[in-house]
Design a protein around this ligand. Structure first.
Ligand SMILES: Nc1ncnc2c1ncn2[C@@H]1O[C@H](COP(=O)(O)OP(=O)(O)OP(=O)(O)O)[C@@H](O)[C@H]1O
Ligand SMILES: [Mg+2]
Length: 168
């Protein structure tokens, strides 16, 4: 894991190499354990990069009961029953920016918002979010994490100091 701080004690960028699917899942789970109400995570990367694998980990980290599936065809799935409600969206098949309104992503203010293919519609995420980009390298993934504001920087900082490491 790398990520120099930028003078304010909070790292804004970091890269985590996930050697296999389990590592990507575990990284998501750590963020799920560390997230606070109103946090938002943008997931990007090509088809098959591991966005849904990562999302399943986030759900596990939040303690969401049951399975997390790709919400590709329903665009938004709301998972209750964990430490925070998880609002899991996938914008791949969203046709138009006007359809964002009916998704109701703003309801995620009391939970954790997690958006696959977030960069297709920049308006979908709050300005302050953790941008997560998964880069495919054979069976490994280089996961680039970038905080776009103080809230996300705090989340990233908690991740980098090792709080929320896997405890099984
Ligand atoms: N290091 C890794 N991390 C995550 N997934 C991996 C890794 N190595 C191989 N894989 C495989 O890559 C695939 C990732 O699929 P996943 O559905 O999570 O991708 P996605 O980014 O959500 O794709 P889509 O844009 O189609 O929804 C899985 O089949 C998984 O087994
Ligand atoms: Mg997916």
């Amino acid at each position: 894991m790398s990520g120099p701080g930028q003078g304010d004690g909070c790292a804004r960028v970091a890269t985590v190499r996930c050697a296999d699917e389990a590592a990507t899942h575990a990284l998501g789970a750590r963020l799920g354990r560390l997230a606070r109400p109103g946090d938002a995570i943008a997931l990007d990367g090509p088809l098959g990069a591991g966005k849904t694998v990562f999302s399943k980990g986030v759900g596990r980290g939040l303690g969401v009961p049951g399975r997390i599936h790709s919400p590709t065809f329903i665009l938004l799935a709301v998972h209750e029953g964990g430490r925070l409600p998880l609002f899991h969206a996938d914008l791949y098949r969203l046709g138009d920016v006007s359809e964002l309104d009916v998704l109701g992503l703003e309801d995620a203010a009391d939970g954790l918002l997690l958006v696959e293919w977030a960069s297709l519609f920049d308006e979908a995420l709050p300005a302050d979010h953790l941008a997560v980009e998964l880069i495919i390298d054979d069976d490994a993934r280089d996961v680039h994490l970038r905080a776009t504001g103080p809230r996300a920087a705090a989340l990233l900082d908690r991740l980098l100091v090792g709080d929320g490491t896997d405890r099984g």
